[in-house]
Design a protein around this ligand. Structure first.
Ligand code: F3S
Length: 63
């Protein structure tokens, strides 16, 4: 699994790094970034929670 952030959609609300610190961080541009290559089993649930919580649907997760 891999998470992706669509920077054109992200409004920098900061929710995803709060929900899933291991996977998401805020970049210098004020938008979210994916901090890791691939999603380990231990972070998949919280990464999906972050995706579901994003107010602008900027996060996608692919198998
Ligand atoms: Fe951006 Fe959505 Fe995260 S708006 S900061 S990708 S929760």
């Amino acid at each position: 699994m891999q998470a992706m952030v669509d920077k054109d959609k992200c409004i920098g609300c900061g929710l995803c790094p709060t929900i899933c610190t291991q996977v998401f961080g805020m970049g210098e541009d004020g938008k979210a970034e994916v901090m890791c290559e691939g999603l380990g089993e231990e972070v998949q649930d919280s990464a999906q929670e972050a995706r579901d919580g994003c107010p602008v649907d900027a996060i996608s997760i692919e198998a």
